[in-house]
Design a protein around this ligand. Structure first.
Ligand code: ZN
Ligand code: ZN
Length: 153
């Protein structure tokens, strides 16, 4: 039996979370990890109890859907809500973070970003990550990992 790496394990978790997204524009998932333990997760979705894009349509302003909270933000806010420190933790995301999430990631003290897919990678985000000494690494998700589930019965 094959054993998956930690990178693929956490990346798989983010991809599963992305399947919970309610915004029809982009399904994104994020997992915050400390010492090889998952401390929080998030996906693209509306505020709790709010209308979902998939039911009511997206709310577009300046070509962005403003109805949803981004996966990275949701994961960080979950930590804030329940008092879990994010300093020195790492985040696994399905897509390269937007500028707002980039700043939130830096400000919350997260020290590494592993992303599966390039997505409008903003040069300013890269610059900010570099300035803040946040490790940014492209870790493509190997979907074959999920096919290993067939070994478990
Ligand atoms: Zn939307
Ligand atoms: Zn974002």
């Amino acid at each position: 039996m094959e054993r998956i790496t930690w990178h693929q394990y956490f990346m798989a978790q983010s991809h599963l979370l992305a399947l919970r997204s309610t915004c029809t524009r982009l399904a994104v998932g994020a997992t915050i990890v400390r010492d090889k333990r998952i401390i929080a997760g998030g996906y693209n979705g509306s505020i709790a109890g709010g209308a979902h894009c998939m039911d009511e349509g997206c709310y577009i302003i300046d070509n962005h859907c403003v109805r949803t909270i981004h996966a990275e933000m949701n994961a960080i806010l979950q930590c804030a809500k329940f008092g879990v420190p994010t300093e020195g933790s790492e985040i696994y995301v399905t897509h390269f973070p937007c500028l707002h999430c980039c700043k939130a990631i830096i400000q919350s003290g997260i020290s590494a970003v592993y992303y599966a897919k390039d997505y409008k990678n903003h040069p300013y985000a890269l610059e900010l990550f570099q300035q803040a000494n946040v490790l940014v690494r492209h870790v493509p998700f190997d979907k074959n990992v999920l096919s290993l589930l067939r070994h478990i019965d």
